[in-house]
Design a protein. Structure first.
Length: 181
């Protein structure tokens, strides 16, 4: 059995919808639900679009051409190409400019598309000794060691450790009187 609406009933429903502000719903009918479905699909697919992020800074080849090995100093390097992303950890051995491009697609693990490192090393006088450029292809995978520091405590509980240390505290540290003879 099919239910049909007469022209008069349809007109009455449209007038009621017009009064209540729902004319769009009446005009679209089932198309309204399809519009929501299509909008949901478009937004869902847009969420899966790969995101590419750029991190860091590496001076261009033209900027590096302005640096002269054996003449320029740390200060002139900072003035010419800017401050580095990182500096040498031991003895301020050099400046390291690092940039990388990472792509992440939805829920997948991020993938490094490119990585570039410019290393500027200095001699003891603080003048440039060498300028090197490294790429992702020059890198090596380093296996990290999961070493755990051994504790001195074997089979001794927390309370026993605490009580064992009470006798080792010097009385003068507790604010007691002068204990000198």
């Amino acid at each position: 059995m099919t239910w049909t609406m007469s022209d008069e009933s349809r007109a009455r429903a449209q007038r009621g919808a017009l009064r209540s502000g729902c004319l769009l719903h009446v005009a679209l009918g089932r198309g309204f639900a399809r519009l929501y479905l299509a909008l949901g699909l478009v937004l869902g697919l847009a969420a899966c679009d790969p995101q590419v992020r750029n991190h860091g800074y590496v001076p261009s080849e033209e900027e590096l051409q302005d640096l002269v090995v054996g003449i320029d100093t740390r200060a002139s390097v900072e003035d010419t190409v800017g401050t580095p992303s990182a500096a040498g950890v031991l003895n301020d051995a050099g400046y390291f400019y690092v940039a990388q491009q990472v792509r992440q697609f939805g829920w997948r693990e991020p993938e490094v598309l490119s990585r570039e490192i410019v290393a500027i090393s200095f001699d003891d006088d603080g003048t440039i000794q060498n300028i090197e450029r490294f790429g992702l292809e020059d890198g090596n995978v380093i296996a990290l060691s999961r070493r755990v520091t051994d504790s001195n405590v074997r089979g001794i509980g927390f309370l026993r450790q605490l009580m064992g240390n009470l006798g080792r505290i010097a009385p003068e540290l507790l604010g007691g009187g002068d204990t000198t003879p």
